[in-house]
Write a protein that binds this ligand. Structure first.
Ligand code: FAD
Length: 395
């Protein structure tokens, strides 16, 4: 049963599929599907290919170099890229900072920063969270004090994805310490090569380095890099988080994971019989299929609603909860069917040198461990449940 799309939407989907089939290097697809740790060049190379094809920032307004895609088109684009086996589309410049600059940036900021995002020559990361400010973001303490034509920034950000590869960080900083915490926050763009910036690695439990701590010691930031008004950063932060959560269920990635599990099952046997014929496996597959289809229909309904007005925050929160739970359930199922054989992980496996069974097994444990974080980042599930409860129960 497929969600009904218009002819134009189907044609759009087909055009993205064709592009990926032509432009995605097979060696990159193999790395993605084998769960090999990708490097900076893998991500940037693919984003530059999309940029050259005019597809990277399709959701941006036409006046700023985009194609003015609807939310539904953005969803279909994301899904088709994932199904094709493309790397995660880094959202920091494309989906977060770019739309912020289109909406709130000065003409100078647009001229200076948008071209590098459009062609993927600039690499941005997101500096929101701090050691004592995650769910309660408004309590952030990194401060920036005005000194002539500069702000002087001091403080510490944490869990900054890919800061070690990035050129710049968009940061929430405290510029006023009086009154409501939300009222004293500003949105600054900071050059990560500026004197006083230190990026320290955090290795996550699957053994990968993609997270970091970013320290600022009296870093001088030109006032020209303040986005919007001073102390008006909270509104910009919320605008950005709205964009962050809409695509969070990653339906394409979940479909790809389920397909890889199915293909992997073809190589596994249980006491001589194909494992895919075992009743418990069939039952779990049917359950996961049903959950994925329910999530897809919900996501598409919400995305359609986004095109005719803002979707309710509670519906987006629901998507976040169910999407992260499904990702965890899929990776747990993959591990269950493999048993101890799923424990092996070679982050540098060369797909060309591995047999199909090795390829399918590789990365299962890394995906399972990485998926634990899906119910934390992008706003933890506990916080999302509170949003849903408040909306439904009026508490
Ligand atoms: C893989 C990964 C990548 C990330 N990337 C980035 C990034 O690039 N940039 C960035 O800025 N941040 C990033 N983050 C940080 C992420 O946004 C925070 O981890 C998240 O907001 C939760 O904050 P916290 O870790 O401080 O946990 P806390 O806020 O301390 O929460 C701890 C626990 O308490 C619960 N809790 C807290 N408050 C409440 C409440 N009011 N009611 C009920 N339960 C509550 C939470 O749900 C959680 O289970 C990333 C995190 C991860 C795991």
């Amino acid at each position: 049963m497929r969600f009904p799309l218009t002819e134009d939407e189907e044609a759009f989907r087909a055009s993205v599929r064709d592009f990926c089939a032509r432009a995605l290097p097979p060696s990159l697809k193999e790395k993605v599907e084998a769960g090999v740790d990708l490097d900076r060049a893998d991500y940037v190379g693919w984003q530059q290919t999309l940029g050259a094809g005019g597809l990277l920032c399709g959701a941006w307004p036409k006046s700023h170099g985009g194609k003015g895609w609807s939310a539904l088109q953005s969803y279909l684009f994301d899904e088709e890229c994932s199904l094709a086996g493309a790397p995660w589309l880094l959202p920091f410049g494309v989906n977060y900072l770019g739309p912020v600059l289109c909406e709130f940036g000065s003409e100078e900021q647009k001229r200076r920063y948008l071209p590098g995002i459009l062609d993927a020559t600039a690499f941005w990361c997101q500096g929101y969270s701090e050691p004592d400010a995650g769910s309660d973001l408004a309590s952030l303490k990194t401060r920036a004090v005005r000194d002539g034509n500069h702000f002087v920034g001091t403080g510490r950000k944490i869990w900054t994805t890919m800061a070690h590869w990035a050129d710049g960080i968009f940061c929430l900083v405290r510029t006023w310490a009086e009154g409501k915490p939300q009222a004293g926050i500003s949105f600054l763009l900071i050059d990560l090569k500026a004197p006083g910036v230190t990026v320290r690695p955090i290795v996550s439990m699957e053994g990968r380095h993609h997270l970091n701590e970013v320290l600022f010691e009296e870093v001088r930031v030109p006032v020209a890099d303040l986005v919007g008004e001073e102390n008006a950063g909270w509104g910009i932060a919320k605008f950005l988080l709205g964009n962050e959560r809409l695509l969070v269920a990653e339906i394409g990635k979940q479909k790809r994971t389920l397909r890889l599990i199915r293909e992997g099952l073809d190589h596994l046997r249980d006491r001589g019989a194909p494992l895919s014929a075992s009743p418990w496996v069939r039952e779990r597959l049917a359950e996961l299929d049903a959950r994925l289809m329910a999530l897809e229909w919900t996501a598409l309904g919400i995305v359609r609603a986004a095109d005719s007005g803002a979707p309710s925050p509670a519906s987006v929160s629901m998507l976040k909860i169910r999407g992260s739970e499904l990702e965890q359930a899929l990776t747990e199922f993959a591990m269950e069917v493999l048993g101890p054989a799923g424990l092996h992980y070679d982050p540098h496996l060369k797909p060309g040198n591995a047999n199909p069974v090795e390829l399918r097994r590789n990365g299962v444990i890394a995906r399972l461990l990485a998926a634990r974080a899906t119910s934390i980042y992008g706003g933890s599930n506990e916080i999302q449940r509170t949003i849903v409860a408040r909306a439904l129960l009026g508490v």
